[in-house]
Design a protein around this ligand. Sequence first.
Ligand code: SF4
Length: 365
Amino acid sequence: MDVRCFGGKQPTDRLTILAIKSDKNEITKMTQMRTDWTRAEIAALFDLPFTELLFQAASVHREYHPPTQVQLCTLLSIKTGGCPEDCGYCSQSVHADSGVEATKLMDVQAVLQRAAQAKDAGSQRFCMGAAWRNPKDRDMPAIVEIVKGVRDMGLETCMTLGMLEPHQAAQLAEAGLDYYNHNIDSSPEYYERVISTRDFQCRLDTLDHVRKAGINVCSGGIVGMGETREDRVGFVHTLATLPQHPESVPVNALVPVKGTVLGNMLADTPLAKIDDIEFVRTVAVARITMPRSMVRLSAGRESMSEATQALCFLAGANSIFTGDKLLTAPNAGDDSDGALFAKLGLTALKGEEPARACKSAVPAE
Ligand code: SF4
């Protein structure tokens, strides 16, 4: 059992370990994280002097995670564009005039080929995204085949397909899907200003279906959409007060794409790029409030300096997407990531994620 399951407290001797192991309630308690954060507490973290916040986040980070290892994930768009939703940041929405062509769901073998390439490039997880409001039941057999095929290669699987019904979540769980991504995007208040075709509760309902099906949850959002600090507080607060923290928390910086609502609104304004220090603060507060989760630097990384990325790693980010493209947005390429890792002395994560290691430590009912 990994000692990080014990909130970073190293059991001092064998007797202690045995005593802890013998008490299932104690183990269960220790594998649970604090989910009663208040907005005031989270706002106070954001308000800390930057160096103090970074120190606290780095301290929490190394209690739960190997501090110099970063998880590598690859993201593939398996069905691009033509989405009926109106997410204001998204170039794949039919409401955007971004020039993204709609495609059909990729052929199963073509997806598996791309997964094999990702594995060869060192990825641990293969994430697949489809631009749908929700998958249709007729799509599910192909999706299930893809999940099984990618898993058979020894890669972790993650899907993001839009809203899920409970029976679809169950099908994905049965296929062995490791993670389902469904972002809450922003605070409940700001969400309404970015998306009108479904409400915030729909997002939470899908996360609930995923959790109940036994699939690990990946949920985060986007900063730099013109939201306020208070919205960023509300965004982290929503995730940190879910009944169980998401195992993965992607933190994206908006890539303002011309033709999207937010791209048109923010491009060429001072708000077109989130302030680097505020972005690092958001990463740090996510790390402190959700200590065991993987915090992933996602979209927007390609426009960050190496120094900003280094600060993010110090603040507790420990997962990135590799490759040249994130769905339809540019991403930092494998070569530049390799150079940055060498410069910073970082290596690819090899072991199991702490949140999952702790789950398997809890005895079955
Ligand atoms: S973010 Fe997803 S749901 Fe929203 S428009 Fe884009 S593809 Fe559709």
